[in-house]
Design a protein around this ligand. Structure first.
Ligand code: BGC
Length: 462
């Protein structure tokens, strides 16, 4: 990346101090080369055990064929909130969202026990179906559970480890569909049948592939990051499901764990290492921790505090609140970078809200510069990942379905990513980034609908 001079004198030192956050094209290509190798290690049965990128096969294979009918629920759990969605499918209504609700998931619940977590979710589900007066119906549900899981079937997914700050006890190693179904049964006031568990990347891919058959990658850039893609069964030694005519399956890469054995040390900085050491999953999800919404704000905060201690920013200011972890949220990067370069009004407002006193216009410009560096690095890291998958799929045109708050809200993320992907893919290949808003939820409902139709067809045959 070219280094543009934005400040005079002292700022030259500031740029130097931040230079390790800048990735060269050579670095990015190296990330892509290593990632491809690691995906191949993950796909291979013999080496999968030692792989960072686990490449879990999913059991989602069939797309809706238009014969699905009825009301379907989706539950989307994986970030700071969880969502419940009710969609209706039928002849006249190919897909109609009926209702949806977002429920906050307080820290207290995210760090409690599995029982507390699933009881709480079951309670919110019950409130939802009662509010929309569908509590007397038997509702098939697609459960988007966005954490690394080893799937043993469409309705069986064992949690391998928590990510994104969740630590609920008694869930790792257990089937999350079973835990949720038990919590629902325990209440005995609603009739919900879990038909499928899937990752948010899979849901995103499915809901877009439904409309766009060239869609081969599902990507999330939100609280966490991950991608799934369509792989040929012949390249997928781990596949133990049935083979049908398509001979393809969706692989949930769980690429957030890229770097966990050290392969990203050549670009990780002391800011990344210090942040990692404070997380409950220290040493894990290192790629994710350089990219996703749970972490970018905290990286910026750490850089700013470091620069302030070096006397390069906030020289006449008090910045006590900035010393506290997590005070600089990732959404602030989006807000600060939104306006044109010469308009620092939002940055000024945000610094005031953070209780920073007596800062200068130049301080605002420096804060913005740090935000831009951290966002750009994240966008380029994701671009390396997406380009690797596009090259691996190697089809003339690949559509990438993308969802996640960071991607949706950041003013430049999409452009930065697209520009870099273009440079990294093989000549002759083309791609398109397609926003799949709320795709993970809708995808889960669609997958549940297909599973429900197939169950009915099976019953009719017997
Ligand atoms: C999880 C993935 C998920 C991603 C995006 C990661 O922390 O491990 O399963 O897809 O976040 O939500």
């Amino acid at each position: 990346m070219e280094s543009v001079k934005v400040f005079e004198d002292a700022a030259a030192t500031l740029e130097e101090k931040c230079s390790n956050l800048i990735l060269s094209n050579k670095d990015i290509k190296r990330v892509s080369t290593i990632l491809l190798k690691e995906i191949e290690i993950g796909l291979c049965k013999e080496t999968n055990k030692i792989a960072d990128i686990k490449c879990y096969p999913t059991y989602v294979r069939n797309l809706p064929n238009g014969k699905e009918k009825g009301k379907f629920l989706a539950l989307d759990l994986g970030g700071t909130n969880f969502r419940v969605l009710l969609i209706q499918l039928g002849e006249a209504t190919p897909e109609k969202e009926f209702a949806s609700r977002e429920f906050p998931l307080p820290d207290l619940i995210r760090n409690s026990s599995g029982e507390v977590l699933f009881d709480h979710i079951a309670e919110c589900l019950a409130l939802f179906v009662k509010e929309f007066k569908v509590d007397k119906e038997i509702l098939p549900l697609g459960f988007t559970f966005s954490f690394p899981c080893r799937q043993e079937g469409l309705t069986k997914a064992k949690l391998v480890q928590w990510t994104k700050g969740f630590t609920c006890s008694g869930v790792v190693g257990h089937d999350v569909a079973d835990l949720l179904q038990k919590a629902i049964h325990k209440r005995d006031d609603v009739n919900i049948k879990i038909m499928a568990v899937l990752n948010d990347t899979t849901g995103t891919l499915m809901s877009s592939a439904y409309k766009q058959p060239d869609c081969k990658i599902g990507l999330i850039i939100g609280t966490g990051t991950n991608a799934c893609y369509v792989e040929k069964v012949e390249n997928m030694e781990l596949w133990d499901g049935e083979s049908d005519n398509s001979n393809q399956c969706i692989v949930n890469t769980e690429w957030g764990a890229f770097g966990d054995s050290g392969s990203l040390e050549f670009i990780r900085t002391n800011f990344d290492r210090a942040l990692d050491s404070t997380t409950p999953n220290c040493g894990k999800q290192l790629y994710e921790k350089m990219i996703s919404g749970k972490y970018l704000g905290e990286i910026v905060r750490r850089v700013l505090v470091y620069l302030a201690k070096e006397g390069l920013i906030f020289n006449n200011s008090s910045y006590v609140r900035l010393l506290e972890a997590d005070t600089f949220k990732t959404k602030l990067l989006s807000e600060i970078e939104e306006k044109p370069e010469n308009d620092l009004s939002d940055c000024k407002r945000i610094l005031e809200e953070l209780g920073i006193t007596n800062f200068s216009q130049e301080d605002c410009a420096k804060v913005r510069y740090v935000c831009q560096l951290v966002s750009k690095r994240a966008a380029f890291m994701v671009a390396a990942g997406v380009a690797t998958l596009i090259n691996k799929i190697n089809e003339k045109h690949t559509v990438v379905a993308v969802d996640g708050t960071l991607y949706r809200k950041h003013p430049h993320f999409r452009h930065l990513m697209a520009q870099k992907i273009k440079q990294l893919i093989r000549p002759g290949l083309t791609f398109e980034l397609m926003l799949s808003e709320d795709g993970s939820g809708r995808g889960a409902a669609l997958v549940a609908a297909v599973a429900d139709r197939m169950d009915r067809e099976e019953t009719n045959r017997n």
